[in-house]
Design a protein. Sequence first.
Length: 432
Amino acid sequence: MGDRIVDGRRRSDNELLDTALRDFYGAADEMHLNEGLVSMLSYPERRVDVSVPVELEDGTVKVFKGYRVQHSTALGPSKGGIRYATDVTGAECEGLAMLMTWKCSLGGIPYGGGKGGICCDPTNMTLREKERMSRTYGARIAPIIGRWSDVPAPDMYTGGQEMVWIMDTICKMLGHFEPAMLTGKPIDYWGARGRTEATGRGVATCGFELMKKKNLDPKNLKVSVHGFGNVGSYTALFLKQAGATVVAISDTTGTYYNPKGINIEKAFEYMERDPGKRGRKLEGFEKEGCEKLDVNEALFVDCDMLFPCALQGVINEATASKVKAKYILEGANGPTTPEGEEILVDAGKIVVPDFLANAGGVIGSYFEWAQNLQGFPWTEDDYNKRLVALMTENFGKVWEYAQDKKTTMRRSAYIAAIKRVSDIVALRGVYL
Ligand code: NAD
């Protein structure tokens, strides 16, 4: 696994990083970006590889590999999650950090992009093993973490608990308290009210803005939501509250379909019945007046707007032609492959890309950081209003450019994001 240079440009054997690079080059070429800037932005500013020795419950010591990558700090401190998964690599973190640069830039927030992680199987570790691992990892990346340098957040298999362990360790090393060094903290411990719903609220806001642009009334629209986790469930709730008919929701147990509309509040209550069964929560929901279909059928049911909010790569060369919705708003990261998008676009459909639609999460993190720096918590209402205002503005920017240049919203979003970063790099100079 490694890098290679093709036609003078960096490419990678890592699929995620290589896709991120190719998407960047495509947009950079369209905007005639200076080749020196292209070259500079195709590499991270800094990557720290660490070993993370952990004493396991049986007394043996296992060493895990950990990473923290800062792709760009042109706009401000780098921002991005920390994930624990068996497929975490340095190259993958580089690709994800680059995507965070564009997401933060497009989101209109003063952050660059970062990402980190540990290559491990957290599902096979005890709580104490995870605590020791998180604290050691925190200690080893501590020199590059801070409220004005790099602000991590939760990602796959990490949450408020891991953030508290990492922050607590680094604060002890610093000898002072610094809650703004990372986000995604528990609400009662320097977290932010509104964050739980933030990504879904942002996705739904993009849906409402698209409806306005197309003169559509939510009351006349049928929507389907693939994935009923954090992002999908709140997206479905806000759309239903605005009067849309949510005809399908899904999770790993199946798709639950009712062409007359699903009672989303009831689905929320249903999910609470057995909090221990994470990921299988909608099992049996067909009893509530729904027809049960295959897991991925939520992507293909008859509807106007589709919200893929579960997994990456589900709308691809093999499945895209089955999508009936005219509008696809990506709540998940990367649900549509480039081949899948080509099929959708050729069929006259509009795709609102992930790094625009699901940016409510990182914008919400920025609000948490801002509150921590102020030492003053905002009201939930304040948080929500600011989130909706920023998402609306961002959607408008991308929409106008796409209309003007007759291009896709994804390409338009890339160009807007890259332009903000490259303008600042040009202003500050190559030595950052
Ligand atoms: P989650 O774990 O809360 O929910 C995922 C949902 O998808 C669950 O309902 C799960 O059952 C369902 N699912 C998994 N596999 C499925 C399958 N094969 N078919 C149908 N459903 C399936 O995760 P989340 O936080 O809602 O994140 C979902 C996506 O959104 C991910 O791509 C994530 O990276 C992205 N995202 C999340 C946030 C956030 O703030 N949570 C922010 C930005 C992007």
